[in-house]
Ligand binder design. Structure first.
Ligand code: FE2
Length: 405
């Protein structure tokens, strides 16, 4: 839906936001704060782009599933009987109960939001309401007491499926069944991160922070701009300083925007010692560890490298000023079996806390400022170069949605 308010926002000095980084200005504050604009983004971004929803090793066995809700669309991601990962709407095609929601809620859960779930569903998904049963491809295979219902044919009913693509172990889904493949548009990350062998890594310390009060774009901007590394994060980001940022051009057709900074030492990591607590990943070359990478694959995925691991964050949008943040750290699979892995890993992840506390303070406060009538159309430092790239990525999609009306 494109309202007059949305049109007005998209006519507000938008050309200047996608200018050369030396001349660009920030996006209109309303793109981060206006609920109508978020509704517009559902159609222009979330229903069209590849959306990262997790890692393939989260659902290793047949029947394993996880749920995720993207822009009010409840989805179930499941490994089917052939071992293939599928994504589909989890809205029952009978009377709309979400089939992965529980059929029993204790009184203390009557209020507030439904949580996501994961587990193994066997070979079927059954709606708790009236026991309509779907197979792992979404086909309705059972519906009790429907014989008297005229013209009802369960073979005609299935859960709407989404497109799925696995990139380096990350599960991406797309509501647009005609979407072009993701991998060619990830070429930069595929190339730069080749020696990490992300597909052979496994996620550890998977967690979720709920209802964080800022817009999804504020989150992604924070991950890719290094300008604040030498300021807000002083001194714990010194091993990948903003002054050593490498410019990384990208096209608005790419699915990823990368940020890079030269590291001061090979075994870099983000904790008080600035050193990795595990050995440097043995497939990495000297060239690989001389640069730290930060990237976003909008709208949900972002990551940052250390010499021994890769931290990723999934920004799950809930409303214009609310997100859930799913996080996990990838380590080489063989490292997980080594002695004291858990203990060292706990130290390693606690080292990130300072960084997180600072970023949360900033992003939460930026959202507060964006609501002000005095929120500026600001200018960028060269060390924020990836943000105008992100503006271009966004504006291209906003404009193509406008043209399609
Ligand atoms: Fe940060």
């Amino acid at each position: 839906m494109i309202t007059d308010a949305v049109r007005a926002i998209l006519e507000d000095r938008i050309d200047e936001t996608i200018a050369d980084p030396t001349r660009a200005i920030t996006l209109p504050p309303a793109v981060y704060t206006d609920p109508e604009f978020f509704e517009f983004e559902k159609d222009s971004i979330f229903m069209r782009e590849w959306i990262c929803v997790g890692r393939q090793e989260e659902i290793p066995e047949r029947g394993d599933y996880l749920t995720v809700t993207i822009a009010d669309e409840p989805l179930v991601i499941v490994r089917d009987e052939t071992g293939q990962i599928r994504a589909m709407s989890s809205v029952c095609q009978h009377r709309s109960m979400v089939i992965t929601d529980p059929g029993f809620l204790p009184e203390d859960k009557w209020y507030g939001e439904m949580s996501e779930s994961s587990g193994n569903c066997g070979m079927q998904l059954r709606c708790p309401y009236h026991f309509w049963v779907y197979d792992l491809r979404g086909q309705l295979v059972g519906a009790p007491e429907m014989r008297r219902t005229e013209g009802f044919d369960r073979r005609e009913i299935r859960l709407p499926n989404l497109k799925v693509e696995i990139w380096n172990g990350f599960i991406f889904v797309n509501f647009d069944l005609d979407a072009a493949p993701l991998a060619p548009r990830m070429w930069q990350a595929t190339e730069y991160l080749e020696n990490w062998h992300l597909e052979d890594m496994a996620v550890v310390d998977l967690g979720r922070l709920e209802n964080l009060p800022w817009n999804w774009k504020v989150m992604l901007e924070n991950v890719i701009e290094i300008y604040h590394a030498d300021r807000l994060h002083l001194p714990i980001h010194e091993m990948a300083p903003a002054s050593k940022m490498l410019l990384t051009p990208s096209s608005e057709d790419d699915a990823i925007i990368l940020s890079r900074a030269e590291t001061t030492h090979a075994d870099y990591s983000f904790n008080a010692t600035m050193k990795a607590l595990f050995p440097v990943i043995d497939t990495l070359t000297e060239a690989d560890t001389s640069v730290a990478y930060f990237g976003i694959a909008p709208p949900t995925m972002s990551f940052g490298t250390s010499a021994d691991s890769l931290l990723y964050l999934l920004t799950i949008p809930k409303s214009v000023d609310k997100i859930d943040l799913v996080y996990g750290t990838l380590f080489p699979k063989k490292l997980l079996e080594t002695r004291r892995f858990k203990e060292v890993q706990a130290l390693s992840s606690s080292g990130l806390n300072d960084l997180m506390e600072q970023d949360v303070a900033a992003t939460k406060s930026v959202q507060r400022g964006l609501k002000s009538r005095f929120a500026p159309r600001g200018r960028y430092s060269w060390q924020e170069e990836p943000i105008p790239h992100f503006n271009r990525w966004l504006v291209k999609r906003y404009r193509s949605a406008l043209e399609m009306v």
